[in-house]
Design a binder for this molecule. Structure first.
Ligand SMILES: [Ca+2]
Ligand SMILES: [Ca+2]
Length: 104
């Protein structure tokens, strides 16, 4: 029986994914966890939440909505200068990040 490849909404490396989070890495520092915590890096978990993964299982399930309206993502950290970290703000209530789609 052939195995089914893993697939994710947001990932990087040898997996099937819609969005490779390394595309948004910091040009000087990369996108590991220390960089996500300290620099202008949008974490894969936060990006998945913005896209519509409300239960954080990295897929769009029944009852969730895919928020993108184009084939690309434009993201700005907004006036505070940092991307929201969904681990610290699970409902994104305090986020001032700006994206090219409505995520709320
Ligand atoms: Ca989900
Ligand atoms: Ca922000």
């Amino acid at each position: 029986m052939p195995s089914t490849p893993s697939s994710y909404l947001v990932a990087s490396g040898p997996v099937l994914c819609l969005f490779d989070y390394t595309d948004g890495e910091h040009p000087q520092f990369g996108c590991g966890q220390p960089q996500i915590d300290n620099y202008l890096v949008l974490s894969p978990e936060t990006l998945a939440k913005y896209i519509g993964d409300d239960n954080s299982n990295n897929t769009i399930d029944a009852g969730e909505s895919y928020h993108l309206q184009s084939e690309y993502i434009l993201a700005s950290p907004g006036p505070d200068g940092f991307f929201t970290n969904v681990a610290k703000d699970p409902k994104l209530n305090r986020s001032d990040d700006i994206l090219n789609f409505d995520y709320k």
